[in-house]
Design a protein around this ligand. Structure first.
Ligand code: ZN
Length: 195
């Protein structure tokens, strides 16, 4: 196969994992391709050995450390030798080596699917997703519905502490506090460092 980099990005609740799983399933079932998906070992929200979407779709996944050392990189490059499609979920959490890794996999002829948040709760670039977006052959930019006005242009992820937009310098959640996130459009989003 010709190497290719597809990035699936957007805010929380926009269906990134859903898209990743759907594409991997189709590559396997209809494209007769060998598919391998990785996820950060810290992500145990739904399952240890699967990528699971909020809508309940799932696909087997291998846990790898968020810090991609040269050793981890070589391990992935060697175990994907006869794999056609390589997927990464929650890619915003990986260390800098995710960029050369994705690039190398694509040069090795892999179809690489990278799913991840583009912005954090401050509305700032998240991890190294920007560098991967720069290398992408195709970008799928997903939106959610804004939790405030209902517009379909939910681009941002609002962090709420006790139901109110988190302020700057309020990253720590104290005992008894509730922390949650919701999708918002740019108009309804309250940037922590501007509030
Ligand atoms: Zn809105």
């Amino acid at each position: 196969m010709n190497g290719y980099i597809l990035v699936i990005t957007g805010g929380m609740f926009s269906g990134k994992s859903e898209q990743l799983i759907d594409r991997c399933k189709k590559f396997e079932a209809y494209g007769k391709k060998k598919v391998k998906v990785y996820k950060p070992s810290g992500d145990k929200r739904f399952s240890e050995d699967e990528v699971v979407s909020r809508m309940g779709c799932h696909f087997p996944a291998t846990n790898i450390p968020e810090k991609i050392t040269d050793k981890v990189m070589n391990q992935i490059l060697s175990e994907t030798k006869d794999v056609d499609v390589v997927g990464f979920d929650e890619s915003q959490f990986y260390s800098k080596n995710i960029m050369p890794l994705v690039s190398e996999l694509a040069y090795n002829g892999k179809y690489v699917i990278v799913a991840g948040l583009n912005m954090d709760y401050r509305g700032k670039e998240f991890g190294y997703i920007g560098g991967i977006l720069a290398m992408a052959d195709k970008i799928i930019r997903l939106h959610s519905f804004c939790a405030i006005c209902g517009s379909e242009k939910g681009t941002h992820t609002q962090r709420l502490v006790n139901g109110k937009p988190a302020k700057k310098g309020e990253p720590i959640v104290l005992i008894g506090d509730t922390e949650s996130y919701e999708p918002r459009c740019r108009k309804c989003f309250v940037p922590p460092d501007r509030s």
